[in-house]
Design a protein around this ligand. Sequence first.
Ligand code: HEM
Length: 325
Amino acid sequence: MIFGTRFFGQGMEDGGPGDEENEHVLALFTILKNLNAFCIADYFPWLRRKIDFDGYEKIIRAAIEGVRKYHDPLIDERILTCNDGTRTQEKYVLDILIKHEKPKHTPKDIKAQILELMIATVDNPSNAVEWVMGEMMSEPSILKRAVEELDNVVGCNRLVEESEIPQLNYIKACIKESFRLHPIAPFNVPHVSVKNTVVAGYFIPKGCHVLLSRVGMGRNPDMWKDPMRFDPYQHLGEEGKQVVLTDNELKMLSFSTGKRGCPGVILGSTITMMLLERMIQGFTWELPYNEPTIKFVENHEDLLLAKPLLAIAKPRLPRYLYPKI
Ligand code: HEM
């Protein structure tokens, strides 16, 4: 979508990502993991490259280099071919950024924007779906109801399409519940107040760093009944009412809200929904016999499942829907 390539490098023989993409994704996750790290040079820029308590500046510099060694040569080459007229297509985000006229973006801006889009997109959908799959497998009635919804709306002779998302309300509620109970990170990205202000009776001085706790909101017992239980029903509301994955009342934090809220709500919702729908429509899922239970334990630095979910998938639709098997 951004570059017009599925992943960096040649990939594996089976069509999956290879070493280069693994390195790229690992570097993106390192940046994300350290988003809230305390770096003294953020407050006193003249200390940059001089004092680096706990080494966070070094970690982030290395991770950014790890990402940019894949991005930047492609961006530089695309800028050349767009500018000399060899490339006329405006098919991908990169083409659009390069050809944008008012304002005209510099190569430095384009590289920064692409890096931002990459770190903004990579983690939330996969984390939400991994947790929801774990929750569904440990509570099979949830999985059964989700699969029944797909069978009723789509049937078993073709794959679910994006246009059907509005009719898959229960599955949407499962994803929303995953965003509530299992956010990818304990805090939202840091914000800085631009003027003195009062929010909910709290005085926030100008220049203050404001961190919203995603777990504090999503697991708040004053707001949610039995907050540690995975319960998609609490998002369903009245019969026929659409479930939306955003929460502008900030009872929980999925995409956040306001001027700096996530600009990728529709794309992010679609990626997450399609990933889960295709997985549960296309396959039955079981735990391996040597690991029959799921340990719902979170990582220390982020809130990913500490031990990645391991499950066995078996096709459940007619054979012609799996051309590569
Ligand atoms: C399920 C998927 C996603 C979730 C849950 C999610 C959630 C969020 C959250 C919580 C923020 C922080 C908002 C704030 O600072 O208050 C954010 C920011 C952002 N997101 Fe998403 N996001 C998702 C997918 C995407 C996608 C697909 C894109 C790209 C097209 C994207 C682009 C961005 C950008 C550029 C920002 C920074 C906005 C700014 O600082 O002004 N996100 N997202």
